[in-house]
Design a protein around this ligand. Sequence first.
Ligand code: FES
Ligand code: FES
Length: 78
Amino acid sequence: MSDAVVAQKEPYEVELEPGTYWWCACGRSKSQPFCDGSHEGTGLSPVELKVSKTETFWLCGCKATKDQPHCDGAHNKL
Ligand code: FES
Ligand code: FES
């Protein structure tokens, strides 16, 4: 399995409407913070995020969070 790569060393602030989203865990997507299929062949998979009401999220950009898909401050230690 390949390691995740850092997309950016800070979270992505996104306002999401109700729906299902797929957070990029591998760091290779060109549509950060969401999966665009670029994880193929890495052994890594996107993480599902279900949103029930419109809300602002801070989604991890460094991919080192222990609270996927949310930023947990781990980017401060990179
Ligand atoms: Fe990164 Fe799909 S492109 S998890
Ligand atoms: Fe990854 Fe904050 S951006 S933990």
